[in-house]
Write a new protein. Structure first.
Length: 354
C-alpha cells in the first residue's frame, strides 16, 4: 500500500518513461510534446494501487496537465510518465467510464516499462526513504532532505520529500476509531469475505502536509531550513529530517488474510478538482466493466504469462463521485480468489455506503 501522498510539483528531467503510491504527491507535468518529468513518491501500503488523477488546471496554469499519482506499494515505486501514455490505448483492451455529461472520469491504461534510469532512482529513493522510516515511530510523518547528488539532480523543483510510518491497528474497531478521529474515508467490514479470511490489520494515511509544494511558502521555508542544515553539517552527515504534526487523513486501508493469502481494501478521498482517474494495468491483463448494485466498476485480472503488477492477481474498484472517494479491492499475486469473491466484497461495501 496507499504508498502510497502529494499534490502539484514541476520537474526538470528528460525521461520518456514512467513509474510512484503511496500514496502522496501531485506531479505537474509539462505540455505532452515536451520531455516529461520524474517525481518520487513515498508509499507504505502492502499492495500496489497504480492510480493517476487528472485535476482541472487552475487559473494561470492553462495548458498544463495535472496528475496526482496515488500508489500503494511495499516500497516506493518511481513513475516516469509520458504525456500521451494515458490516452493512447486500444479500446478493446482498456476501459472508459463516463459521467452523465459524457466526460471520461475513470479509465484504465497500459503501464509503460521501467528504464535503467527509473530503476536506479527507485533503488536510491527506497534506500533513503527506509532510513527515514527507521527513525520514526508508528504514526509519525516527516519531511526530509538528502545530501545526495544522484537524488537531488532529479528533484530540483521539490528537494524535500516525505515519509510516513503507518501505525498498524490489529482490530477493525480500532481502525474505525482512528478513521473517525482523522476524518479518513469510513467503510464497514465486509460480511461476505471468502471462507477463512479475517481482519489482519489496517491503518490510515495523512493528508499531504503541503499540497501545492513549491507554491506554498511553508514548503519553501521548510526546504530552506533543511538545506541550510545540510550545508552546515559535517562531512558524512547526509540525512536531515523534520517531523510534522498532522491530524487529518484522506486514505483508509484494511487487510483481511487467511494464511499467506490476503485481500486489501483501500478507500481514498480525491479533491473536487480531480476530473479524471487513470488505473494502470499490464498490456496482457484482462480488464472488464461490471455493474454492481447499479454502480459501474472496473475489474482487472493479471495474465498468467505476464509479469504481474504488485497489485495482485485481481483488482476491482470504482469511484463514488458524490463523496469524492475511490474504492479499490485487490489480492496477492498467487491468490486463489476469483472475480466473484471480489464482487461479493464490493456488494457489501456498496450496500454500506448507500
Amino acid at each position: 500500500m496507499r504508498e502510497l501522498q502529494n499534490r502539484t510539483q514541476k520537474q526538470s528531467l528528460k525521461y520518456t518513461d514512467l513509474q510512484d503510491r503511496g500514496f502522496k504527491n501531485m506531479d505537474k507535468l509539462t505540455e505532452p510534446e515536451n520531455a516529461l518529468k520524474i517525481q518520487a513518491f513515498d508509499v507504505s501500503d502492502k499492495v500496489m494501487e497504480q492510480v493517476y488523477q487528472k485535476a482541472t488546471p487552475k487559473k494561470g496554469n492553462i495548458g498544463k496537465i495535472h496528475f496526482q499519482p496515488r500508489i500503494t506499494v511495499p516500497i516506493m515505486i518511481l513513475l516516469f510518465v509520458v504525456g500521451a501514455s494515458v490516452t493512447g490505448y486500444a479500446a478493446s483492451q482498456y476501459l472508459e467510464f463516463r459521467n452523465s455529461k459524457g466526460d471520461v472520469v475513470l479509465n484504465t491504461a497500459k503501464t509503460p516499462a521501467e528504464t535503467d534510469a527509473s530503476k536506479t532512482y527507485t533503488s536510491t529513493y527506497a534506500r533513503w526513504n527506509e532510513k527515514v522510516k527507521n527513525r520514526l515511530q508508528p504514526g509519525e510523518y516527516a519531511a526530509y532532505y538528502v545530501k545526495d547528488d544522484s537524488m537531488n539532480q532529479n528533484n530540483l523543483s521539490n528537494p524535500v520529500l516525505f515519509a510516513y510510518k503507518p501505525a498498524e491497528l490489529s482490530s477493525f474497531n480500532s481502525l474505525q476509531a482512528e478513521i473517525k478521529r482523522t476524518e479518513a474515508p469510513l467503510f464497514s467490514t465486509p460480511t461476505h469475505l471468502p471462507d477463512g479470511y479475517k481482519f489482519n490489520f489496517g491503518y490510515i494515511y495523512p493528508v499531504a502536509a503541503y499540497p501545492g509544494m513549491m507554491d506554498k511558502k511553508e514548503y519553501r521555508a521548510l526546504t530552506d531550513k533543511l538545506m541550510q542544515q545540510a550545508k552546515a553539517a559535517p562531512k558524512g552527515e547526509n540525512l536531515f529530517i523534520q517531523k510534522l504534526n498532522w491530524d487529518k487523513a484522506d486514505s483508509s486501508f484494511a487487510r483481511y488474510a487467511r494464511g499467506n493469502d490476503y485481500v486489501n481494501i483501500t478507500v481514498s478521498k480525491y479533491t473536487p478538482e480531480v476530473t479524471k482517474t487513470t488505473i494502470m494495468q499490464n498490456e496482457q491483463d484482462s480488464a472488464e466493466e461490471l455493474t454492481i448494485k447499479g454502480t459501474k466498476v472496473y475489474y482487472i485480472r493479471a495474465n498468467e504469462a505476464s509479469k504481474p503488477l504488485e497489485a495482485g492477481k485481481n483488482r476491482l474498484g470504482w469511484l463514488d463521485e458524490k463523496r469524492h472517494v475511490h474504492y479499490n479491492i485487490s489480492d496477492n499475486q498467487d491468490s486463489p480468489l476469483t472475480r466473484e469473491d471480489l464482487v461479493r466484497i464490493a456488494e457489501d461495501l456498496l450496500n454500506a455506503s448507500s
